[in-house]
Every structure is written in structure tokens, then in C-alpha cells.
Design a protein around this ligand. Structure first.
Ligand code: PMP
Length: 386
């Protein structure tokens, strides 16, 4: 068996230990005689799984008791709408647009009410985070919305906006559990788990209790946060498998030193790539250094042809999903929690090797079948696992 270095923006690389454990338990989860995939969500065994997942997440993030944690479905794109339905009771909320996902959240709100854009970095293709120290936030805005880490553009808020006393709502999908955050500074945090935490199909909403309305006329049952908050996320059949894998990832993160440990590793990994990009005469970062993401690292050569050649050569060498999003072009390395440090180091050496040798020469294959002999003699094409 061999595994590639997977730089996908999501669904994305998961810790190997977690995948192995899940594989071992596939036919018989801890003596139950069945897979979690086959188990009633009303069973005592599954109740144990979801309870442990919530407890472990609360402990990792130090979530205060007056916040509810709910596991929902429908995609983070549906949470864009449910956030507005639950929190903007007066139909007014203000949005900071730092990329496609914040914009999509705003567009959902536009269908439902009267949102306002209070800042945007669209003028420079979302390559920076605007100054959010004194925004024209409406007095009656129910909340200020941010996408804290922008998966496509590789930016992250270096500091939280001044909301002028309004609730802060953050989409943390592509940075969830990558570093410590102070939950008390947010009214609501939401995240799709398919980047840093688990398989696609689960979204986690962490919301302060007093923001969950008791009564929401006209809002479907499943879109009311109260429904799942009151039912411990078991109003209907949840994504049992997804929650089970998330629970394992929570334990894995705790074993890595918790969120502080994770942050230290992530700073080091991202540093390997950014230091190289800043010193390279072939590749460059597309993001203002003041707000670079630790998780998503877009970069370009300046030539779309060369970018495409690089992606093709990298793929052959076992570095997959490096192609950038179409709105930025070039490449993007998503280096979530489960990307080993070694993956970033090897990627850097791949870049260095390709810079030293014209891409056209990369058809020369070494004994391992890698395209660039100078790079690949030291870089295994794929990651062999025992
Ligand atoms: N928010 C962010 C920051 C994302 O990166 C994505 C997906 N890549 C979404 C929201 C949308 O998630 P979903 O596909 O689960 O709707």
C-alpha cells in the first residue's frame, strides 16, 4: 500500500492513525458485533460515541457551558442560511466579504432578508483582509459575519474585527481546530468538518445558548438550532459515521498537544512553504504577508503554462491536488492538521528541484518512477506505509 501527499482543500487528508483505527473497527466496533455504519443512532453504543465526541470537542476548545454544540447536516452552505434564520430575527446582519464563501453566506442572507456588506477585499481579488477596526456596522445589525480563514484565497483574519458590541459569527471551516480560539469572543462558530476534522457530511455549530430562539415561525424544524440543541443532535438520524470519525480526530488532536500543540506544528509547516515562496525566483505567494493562512497556501509562477506543468510534474511525483482554485489560478497547498511536516518539507524540495531543472526535463524518470531525477532521488514518489 502506498499513500500520496494529499494537498486537497477538502475533503482532505486525515490522520493515518485514525483511518487505521476506523478500518480495524469496521466490522466490529468495540465488541458490538457491527460497524458504526450499521448501528442504530438510538443505541447506547452510538450515544456513547456522540457524547464522547462532544465532551472531547468541548475540552479541546474550552467551550463554556453556556454554549451549545450541535452536529448538523446539509453542508456548510446550508448553515449560511440557518445562521441568518436563527440569529437575524430582525432580518438585518452585516457581512465582511473576504472571498467566495463569505459572499455565498451573504447571498443566502440576501434571499432571506436585508444584509449589508460593511467591508470587502474584492478590489484585490481577496488577497488581503481589510482593516476592520472601524466599520460602518448598523446599530440594529444582529451580528457581524466573517469567514475567518478563506480556503480559496489563503487569507486568515490576523485579528478579529471590531464588531462594536455586536455578536460575531464566524465560518471556521478551513481552520477549525488548527489553533486555539477564544470561543467567548463569538456568538456562533460554524464549520464543515471535511477539511480538518473528518469525512464530508457533518457541520459543527457552536452557539451561545441565549442566541437560540425559542420560537421561529415559518422556519422549518430542521433549520432551527433549537431542534438539534434540545435533542442532543439526535432529533433525526445524524451522520453517525462522520461523527464517529470526528470523535477519533478529536482524540488524535488531544494527543498532539491539543490546539496549542497543533498550532505550533502548523506554524512550522506553513513556515517551510512561505519561507521558500518568499525567497524563490520561480514561485511566489499570492497573499499579503500580514494575513496568510496556516492552512491554505496559494502560489503562482506567473505563467499559467508553467503552473500547469508544475502541477502535472508534482502529481506524477505523488503530490496530489495542488492545482489552485480557478479564481486564483496557479497552485494551492492545503496543509491541514493531518498533513505531516515531512509532506511540507518534501513539497519544498520538489519546488527547489523543479526550479533547478527546466520542467521539460522532468520526463526523465528515476528508478522510483518519479519525474525529476534530481528531486526524486531523495523524494519517494508515494508515501510507503507498513
Ligand atoms: N465555508 C468554507 C470556508 C469552505 O471552504 C467551504 C467549502 N469548501 C464551505 C463553507 C462550504 O461547505 P459545504 O461544501 O459543506 O457546503
Amino acid at each position: 500500500m502506498s499513500r500520496v501527499y494529499n494537498f486537497s482543500a477538502g475533503p482532505a487528508v486525515l490522520p493515518e492513525e485514525v483511518l487505521r483505527e476506523a478500518a480495524d473497527e469496521m466490522l466490529d466496533y468495540q465488541g458490538s458485533g457491527m460497524s458504526v455504519n450499521e448501528m442504530s443512532h438510538r443505541s447506547k453504543t452510538f450515544q456513547g460515541i456522540i457524547d464522547a465526541a462532544e465532551t472531547d470537542l468541548r475540552s479541546l476548545m474550552d467551550i463554556p457551558d453556556n454554549y451549545k454544540v450541535i452536529f448538523v447536516q446539509g453542508g456548510d452552505s446550508l448553515v449560511f442560511a440557518s445562521v441568518f434564520m436563527n440569529l437575524a430575527l430582525n432580518k438585518r446582519a452585516d457581512y465582511i466579504i473576504t472571498g467566495n464563501w463569505a459572499n455565498k453566506a451573504y447571498k443566502e442572507a440576501e434571499i432571506l432578508g436585508d444584509p449589508k456588506i460593511v467591508a470587502s477585499s474584492k478590489d484585490k481579488n481577496f488577497s488581503y483582509i481589510p482593516d476592520c477596526s472601524d466599520l460602518p456596522i448598523r446599530d440594529d445589525a444582529s451580528y457581524v459575519y466573517i469567514c475567518e480563514n478563506n480556503t480559496i484565497y489563503g487569507t486568515k483574519f490576523p485579528e478579529l474585527p471590531n464588531t462594536k458590541g455586536h455578536e460575531l459569527v464566524a465560518d471556521q471551516s478551513s481552520m477549525f481546530l488548527s489553533e486555539p480560539v477564544d470561543v467567548t469572543r463569538y456568538g456562533l462558530i460554524h464549520a464543515g468538518v471535511q477539511k480538518n476534522v473528518g469525512p464530508a457530511g457533518v457541520q459543527i455549530v457552536i452557539v451561545r445558548e441565549d442566541l437560540i430562539p425559542d420560537d421561529l415561525p415559518g422556519v422549518p424544524t430542521m433549520l432551527r438550532f433549537k431542534t438539534q440543541a434540545d435533542a442532543g443532535s439526535l432529533y433525526n438520524t445524524p451522520n453517525c459515521w462522520g461523527i464517529y470519525v470526528c470523535g477519533k480526530v478529536f482524540k488524535w488532536i488531544a494527543a498532539q498537544g491539543g490546539l496549542q500543540g497543533m498550532k505550533e506544528k502548523n506554524v512550522e509547516k506553513a513556515g517551510i512553504l512561505y519561507d521558500y515562496l518568499d525567497s524563490s525566483d520561480m514561485f511566489s505567494s499570492t497573499v499579503d504577508p500580514s494575513c496568510r493562512s496556516l492552512m491554505n497556501v496559494p502560489f503562482v509562477t506567473g505563467s499559467p503554462d508553467l503552473d500547469a506543468e508544475f502541477v502535472a510534474a508534482a502529481t506524477k511525483a505523488g503530490f496530489v491536488s495542488l492545482k489552485g482554485h480557478r479564481s486564483v489560478g496557479g497552485m494551492r497547498a492545503s496543509i491541514y492538521n493531518a498533513m505531516p511536516r515531512e509532506g511540507c518539507g518534501q513539497a519544498r524540495r520538489l519546488h527547489e528541484g523543479l526550479r533547478d531543472q527546466p520542467l521539460a526535463d522532468t520526463s526523465t524518470k528515476n528508478a522510483a518512477g518519479c519525474p525529476d531525477a534530481r528531486v526524486a532521488k531523495e523524494i519517494p514518489c508515494t508515501r510507503s506505509t507498513a
